[in-house]
Design a protein around this ligand. Structure first.
Ligand code: FES
Length: 165
């Protein structure tokens, strides 16, 4: 580009552009690029959504928690279920009444602990309170009951069978 005085502008001298090297992108090429990019993002989103489903355990095996005699009435025992990374708690509410829950508070996953009288499970983080009877929320910020673990008693042993809710 020539200036009024007939000199080439300094930016043109420093950064010359060869127009025949410049490549135009047609509307069709740009549309194809958008289509492939959208398809790639859709596939990535679908894979991300499928990962938890693909990694789920095939079937949750029953796990022995302990002997009935080892947990006194009003006592509790900590265990892991369904995997070694999932803390859970077994409560013996009466002679023949056991209940078990995930130990992770449904608010922000702090571990819950039995209250002094064992009638409640208390979360120390934000004072969430759950009923020991059925895991329902009695107070604090949690909105959902504690996930319950189905139990069975066979030959004097307590077994975790399945996460019920
Ligand atoms: S984490 Fe339990 S009440 Fe907030």
């Amino acid at each position: 580009m020539k200036t009024v005085a007939g000199e080439t502008a300094s930016w043109k001298r420093d950064f010359p552009v060869r127009w025949d090297d410049d490549r135009r992108v047609t509307r069709r090429e740009f549309g194809r690029f958008l289509a492939f990019a959208s398809l790639g993002m859709a596939l990535a989103t679908a894979l991300t959504a499928l990962v938890p489903w693909l990694r789920r355990p095939a079937r949750r095996a029953a796990r022995r928690i302990g002997a009935v005699a080892d947990v006194r009435v009003g006592g509790y025992r900590l265990f892991r279920y369904p995997t070694e990374h999932d803390p859970a708690i077994l409560l013996r509410l009466a002679e023949s009444r056991f209940v078990a829950y995930s130990q992770l508070c449904t608010h922000l996953s702090c571990p819950v602990h039995p209250s002094q009288d064992r009638r409640q499970l208390v979360c120390p983080c934000h004072h969430g309170i759950f009923a020991a009877d059925d895991g329902r929320v009695l107070g604090g910020p949690p909105q959902r009951a504690l996930p319950r673990i189905a139990l069975s008693v066979k030959d004097g042993e307590v077994w975790a069978e399945e996460t019920a809710a």
